[in-house]
Design a protein around this ligand. Structure first.
Ligand code: EPZ
Length: 416
């Protein structure tokens, strides 16, 4: 099922439940290694990246099984600290196992995770921070070996609020001897969810609003039961989908308190957005207003919704400018959108201007990465005629079933 067929120009109506957060689930599943105990992680999304993480945990010796709507992990018998090559190079988020395995085993052998379509995605900040905590790294034939005979706390300052580097420092820090002060930490909701899980296991992690974390090390952690929050990026994808094609939808369980910048952008586009304990209700006109958007670390506009916003503004009632400040190559869908009659001018590699057109035309397009693929599905909803999106295996890395969800909102979408 790696192709999605969409018959466009049908306004969305109805309600859809938002799945659990991919980017919260993955580091929390890695963190279960630190307890040597049983944990139950509920509301994990049934997506390819979670399945890959589960396989990785099993390969390390954990007992893992799915139950009703969660995953049970027994990390009492982690027997090795080496990760299979295909597991790491195929999924960058396995990088959060680096900090967890250093914390649990004191050593790790893994493939260098490498880059992907959206950027080179170096790991210099991860390595530099962990080295300050006593971790020694060597690299041979593309494999990274980390060893930490005496993992200790440190005062670390990140040059950029890297989500992954922050998570690795937290995962190693809770097991280190002494305290770790992390300045310039990422404060994305997914990082804070990881901190909540670890506190539930007995860790002491203090934070202030300016990106300063104090991780108290050396405590014995025990397993716990934890609910993963809803996925703010999936919620934002469907929110902008409604803005793009028009209609009125309820996004059940959407994490509205984590979506301030997204909701603000949706309102600027002309959507009427109301938040309630049920979730986010949005009513949208047939044609979005143009906007000026710039991605930024949380609480700024999330880079993971930049492609979807770009797709929506191809039908905007004017010219929109979008600036991507996080990744260096996140406009790959421009060529596919232009196949659909979009009018987009790329400035430098970090900014584009979109001149809204009267109509998008259905076409055969190809997903190259997760969020760009979701954006092409949204463009298909907005286009006249049929759009065929190939390469949807990328989309299933982060969305349980984007076709099913849009069908629940009245769209004519078939996954084949
Ligand atoms: C996380 O990736 C997310 N992935 C990404 O979501 C998200 O786009 C990104 O954070 C930014 O919010 C997961 O949580 C699994 P970063 P991560 O480290 O941790 C540079 C999705 O679609 N950098 O905050 O890899 C890096 O190249 C994915 O769900 C260094 O230079 O992102 C990038 O330009 C895509 N050196 C910027 O920082 C480093 O050591 C932000 O990266 C680390 C990062």
């Amino acid at each position: 099922m790696d192709t999605i067929h969409i018959q466009g120009k049908i306004a969305l109506q109805g309600k859809v439940r938002i799945q659990g957060s991919k980017n919260a689930s993955l580091p929390i599943l890695a963190a279960t290694l630190l307890t040597g105990d049983n944990s139950v992680i509920r509301n994990c999304p049934r997506i390819a990246d979670v399945y890959s993480m589960v396989s990785l945990l099993k390969s390390l010796g954990c007992g893992v099984h799915w139950q009703e709507n969660g995953i049970v992990i027994d990390s009492s018998s982690v027997r090795k600290c080496e990760m299979a090559e295909e597991a790491v190079t195929g999924m960058r988020s396995s990088l959060c196992l680096l900090g967890a395995l250093i914390g649990r085993c004191g050593e790790v052998v893994m493939e260098h995770p490498g880059g992907c379509v959206i950027g080179a995605r170096p790991i210099d900040m991860h390595l530099s921070a962990l080295e300050q905590m006593g971790v020694g790294f060597t690299e041979k034939d593309g494999r990274l070996r980390a060893e930490a005979s005496g993992l200790h706390g440190a005062v670390i300052c990140l040059p950029f609020p890297s989500v992954g580097a922050t998570e690795n420092v937290i995962l190693a820090g809770v097991m280190a001897e002494g305290d770790t002060v992390l300045e310039g930490a990422a404060l994305e909701p997914e990082v804070l969810a990881l901190c909540r899980y670890l506190r539930c296991c007995g860790a002491v992690i203090e934070q202030n609003a300016k990106g300063r974390l104090v991780i108290r090390g050396g405590r014995r952690l025990r397993g716990c039961e934890f609910n993963v929050p809803a996925d703010r990026i999936v919620a934002g994808t469907y929110l902008f989908g409604c803005i793009g094609i028009g209609g009125s939808v309820l996004l059940e369980e959407a994490p509205r308190e984590e979506m301030g910048a997204v909701i603000e952008a949706a309102k600027q586009m002309g959507g009427q957005v109301c938040c309630s304990p049920e979730g986010i209700y949005v009513q949208a006109p047939m044609r979005p207003n143009p906007v000026q958007l710039e991605t930024a670390p949380y609480p700024g506009f999330p880079t993971d919704l930049q492609s979807v916003a770009l797709a929506v503004e191809t039908l905007g009632n004017g010219c929109s400018c979008i600036k991507e400040t996080i990744f260096e190559n996140r406009f790959r869908i421009v060529e596919d959108l232009e196949k659909m009659n979009a009018k987009i001018r790329i400035g430098d590699s970090r900014s584009v201007c979109v001149q809204g057109v009267e109509a998008l035309h259905g076409a055969e397009v190809c997903a190259r990465e997760l969020r760009g693929g979701a954006a092409l599905v949204v463009a298909g909803l907005m286009a006249e005629g049929e759009t065929v999106v190939k390469g949807c295996q990328y989309i299933y890395r982060g969305y349980e079933n984007i076709g099913r969800d849009f069908r629940e909102l009245g769209a004519r979408v078939a996954s084949v």
